[in-house]
Ligand binder design. Structure first.
Ligand SMILES: Cc1cc2nc3c(=O)[nH]c(=O)nc-3n(C[C@H](O)[C@H](O)[C@H](O)COP(=O)(O)OP(=O)(O)OC[C@H]3O[C@@H](n4cnc5c(N)ncnc54)[C@H](O)[C@@H]3O)c2cc1C
Length: 286
């Protein structure tokens, strides 16, 4: 990242010292991991041993197998919402667990779900769940009808999606600004995302396929709010290159903690949690 900023780019991964046999291995490895790279080599007609690979430093995942971010879970992978479980990439606090870790967490969650169902099965919990489901179904149908019946939409889903990407890229530490940001930019990003949320209340979908994009946009806007709030709350730079807080360029040990957020009545509440050292963790407070 720095080399490019200093004008020393483009940067390369030296592959021209490789043998033809290593070429073949690399093609196969990338077919599994990032197939577009293998296609690029084949398309250009030059194997890695014949040309170095131009690279760009990037780690764009908000939630993924490589990061510690995700939903806050207890040891059994139950989230802070009772009976909602998260396993694998969506489960937070346990970075770099990848495929095998995701499988293990899935099993941990499944075993706890079975235990819970066995111990809690009673008529009252069934009734309670059914009434909650009725309420949620009514809410979902209401949003659905609104989107399908809207005929005065000022902007298309695609236009709002593009505006959202632009806001996050330019004001919330995206690739266009080398993953750097400051508080003023984040504040602006938050305001602009709020505007887009208001506009997204009037989007229209002409068919079921577009309806999917409408829901995706709405959910992404919620994620944007959360990303901005998390970037704003950590008054330090903990992971250089991933995100550089220009107002707080150094690491500050007071933030050697998990930063969580909880959405209450549409507002995000931030929670700093201590790093858990024990072998097990249960939700006791939030
Ligand atoms: C480029 C790259 C390379 C990687 N390389 C490796 C590697 O070499 N080795 C390794 O072990 N790990 C690797 N990983 C990490 C690994 O792929 C993930 O950790 C793992 O796949 C996580 O599994 P998961 O089941 O938690 O999530 P996912 O595999 O992401 O599964 C989630 C599923 O949910 C579906 N979904 C999402 N939303 C909805 C919805 N609303 N309704 C219904 N379905 C929905 C998605 O389509 C998806 O199929 C790599 C990841 C990436 C991105």
């Amino acid at each position: 990242m720095k080399e490019n900023q200093l004008g020393n780019g483009p940067c390369y991964l030296r592959t021209t010292s490789m043998t033809a046999e290593q070429d073949e291995d690399l093609l196969k490895a990338y077919l599994n991991m990032a197939p577009s790279q293998t296609l690029k080599w084949l398309e250009s007609g030059k194997m890695p041993s014949e040309q170095d690979v131009e690279i760009q430093g990037t780690e764009p995942y908000i939630v993924g197998g490589h990061t510690a971010s995700g939903y806050w879970v207890n040891t059994n992978r139950e989230t802070t919402i009772r009976r909602l479980y998260a396993a694998g990439d969506v489960a937070g606090g346990c970075p770099q667990k990848y495929v095998t870790g995701a499988l293990a967490e899935g099993e941990i969650a499944a075993l706890d779900i079975i235990r819970t169902l066995e111990s809690e099965r009673s008529d009252s919990t069934v009734e309670e769940t059914e009434s909650l489901l009725d309420e949620q179904t009514a809410q979902i149908l209401h949003t659905y009808e609104n989107i399908r019946n809207e005929d005065h939409a000022a902007f298309s889903i695609e236009e709002l999606e593009e505006a959202m990407q632009k806001v996050m890229d330019e004001y919330a530490g995206g690739i266009a600004c080398n993953y750097q940001f400051n508080e003023r930019q984040l504040k602006l990003a938050d305001e602009k995302i709020d505007q887009l949320i208001r506009l997204s209340e009037q989007i229209a979908a002409s068919d079921m396929h577009e309806l999917l994009f409408a829901y995706e946009l709405k959910e992404r806007l919620v994620v944007c709010k959360s990303v901005i709030a998390h970037l704003r709350s950590r008054k330090e730079t903990r992971w250089h290159s991933f995100n550089e807080n220009l107002d707080y360029p150094d690491t500050d040990d007071t933030y050697f903690k998990y930063l969580n957020s909880k959405r209450i009545d549409g507002e995000l509440q931030m929670i700093l949690r201590d790093i858990v050292e024990e072998a097990s963790y249960e939700h006791t407070d939030q």
